[in-house]
Design a protein around this ligand. Structure first.
Ligand code: NAI
Ligand code: 15L
Length: 268
């Protein structure tokens, strides 16, 4: 694949679990500005590192200057108190999209989450048009990010790809992840597809490998051209042999969001 050229790509959340994987991979493809509120360690070749709190609008504005694409992975990645989500995910994403518009950024790849649709049942196959059913306030904050992205795309012509990532990890570790797994190489393939695709406007793409047990239909994201190579099924035998017996009435089993949906769930 030959990659489209960008002057500089900003990666937020670069000190996080996925950011640490992505940094050297992305810096090998494009000039990279990596940012996080946490310490970023040493810069890789072709990378500059900038500490920044996404909730600080002026700092984010300066961070985005000179970049023509953003891979926005920063923020709180699990359920949290509303005020923490308000600063990092709600204000933070507003600051990133607003700065993108002001600085003429062409494309934003936004890390949304499967927890935007976590209250669908595991037997349901859904696509990008399924109404949101967030399973946590975290999922609500990601649904807000998607809505904000749609607004910036429709009103101002920014190109925004929202990745409803399942479970991005080196390997699947539990039964649910046989459906939700996104391998690290497939995550990179997905980001490259979003950055290389011809003009698409706005897209919601499920971030999943080519899992036999997948729940999500990416047909509506065809213009992005994401072609995952990995399949969680190769781990199925080991995971199913080691796992505890499954209770289909357990909300953590019943809903796609798993433990996120089950936490605090009121049985009815
Ligand atoms: P992570 O929690 O390891 O990394 C997130 C990074 O964002 C951290 O390094 C943190 O310091 C940074 N951050 C938090 N608040 C910030 C702020 N106010 N200003 C600047 N930086 C801030 O999460 P991970 O696993 O790397 O995920 C990356 C993104 O992908 C997150 O947005 C997450 O919600 C999303 N995602 C991840 C999934 C996964 O399976 N890992 C699944 C679905 C979505
Ligand atoms: C997410 O959104 C989280 O960021 C990640 O830590 C995982 O829990 C993932 O979803 C998942 O659903 O497995």
């Amino acid at each position: 694949m030959s990659d489209r050229s960008y002057r500089k790509i900003l990666l937020t959340g670069a000190a996080g679990q996925l950011g640490r994987y992505l940094r050297p991979q992305m810096a090998a493809l494009w000039p990279l500005r990596s940012s996080d509120i946490a310490d970023l360690g040493r810069a890789h070749a072709n990378e500059e590192c900038v500490r920044c709190d996404l909730a600080d609008r002026a700092a984010v504005d300066a961070l985005v200057a000179d970049c023509d694409a953003i891979v926005h992975f920063g923020g709180i990645s699990v359920e949290a108190e509303f005020d923490a989500l308000l600063a990092a995910n709600i204000a933070g994403t507003y600051n990133v999209f607003g700065a993108a518009r002001r600085h003429g950024v062409r494309r934003v790849v936004y890390a949304s989450s499967n927890h935007v649709i976590g209250f669908y049942g595991r037997g349901e196959r859904i696509d990008a048009d399924a109404p949101v059913r967030p399973d946590t306030l975290y999922g609500v904050s990601k649904a807000y990010g998607e809505a904000l992205g749609r607004y910036y795309a429709d009103k101002f012509g920014l190109e925004i790809a929202c990745l409803r990532i399942g479970t991005a990890a080196e390997r699947p570790a539990a039964m649910r992840q046989l459906s939700t797994w996104l391998s690290h190489p497939d995550l990179l393939r997905l980001i490259r597809a979003c950055l290389n695709a011809p003009r698409f406007g706005f897209a919601i793409v499920y971030g999943q490998s080519a899992n036999d047990r997948g729940w999500w239909d990416n047909a509506k994201a065809a213009p992005i051209g994401f072609d995952p190579h990995d399949n969680a099924e190769v781990f199925a035998e080991t995971i199913l042999r080691a796992g505890p017996p499954v209770d289909p009435d357990d909300p953590a089993v019943k809903f796609q969001g798993g433990d996120f949906a089950a936490a605090g769930y009121v049985q009815r």
